[in-house]
Design a protein around this ligand. Sequence first.
Ligand code: ADP
Ligand code: MG
Length: 258
Amino acid sequence: MINQLQITNLKVSIAENKIIKGLSLIVNPGEIHAIMGPNGSGKSTLANTLAGHPDYDVLSGSVYLQNKNGKKVELSENILEMSPDERANLGLFLAFQYPVEVPGVRVQNFLKLAYESRFKDRPERQFKKAIDFRKNLQKIAKDLNINVEFLSRGLNEGFSGGEKKQLEILQMTLLEPKFAILDETDSGLDIDAIKKVSQGVNNIIKKYNTGIILITHYQRILDYLKPDFVHVMINGKIVESGDSSIVNKLEKKGYAGL
Ligand code: ADP
Ligand code: MG
């Protein structure tokens, strides 16, 4: 049983600039941790580092999944040393921005590859026929009120911001993540889309007991996705952690008030 995501004293630089300057965070299954902070504080750097984006240099620190079997506690290898595929295989979901240019790749084929990689150690989870995978995918899409015609469209063919986020939730539902990092999943969405996306995430948590790191600028999504913890990140560090009352404080006083 995986029972914890542990980020310890993480320091990360990009293009020789130190961006994350000693960040530690523990996430348990089923918890929502909101990370808020001003522009440029390093939130996306954290998400991209966890995703294994090659531009980011990890200077020090570690990220482990802790497994608990009865009383026995063991740690995974350091996730920061794994390939993005290996991370996904462990059940880490990192909502990559879609690759900017992937001409011709259909949504359903992209998702099939992601699915096969996620469950490659679980032959019983593989679909023998492509059509069976598609049927399963269509069912998930229908349950999420997502237009099934999206599935046969090219990955980058004219999806609106809100539709892209819906597809992200579809992908997340399909991959049954143990832990997920969502970077500004709410940005650019109208209120109905925020509700829909939040509902999708809440269902995933309920179904798979997923632990969530939710990076956001705005308090609004937090009306629908109730965080257990709120962390304020400024200049590469978490400077304050607490319950959701921090959000109200931020609304009133801004980051400068901390
Ligand atoms: P946030 O998501 O909190 O707004 P980011 O993690 O995107 O912040 O960025 C943190 C800092 O890192 C910013 O000062 C940004 O300019 C810098 N940065 C991000 N990506 C790069 C890059 N590819 N090259 C140089 N600096 C970068
Ligand atoms: Mg960002």
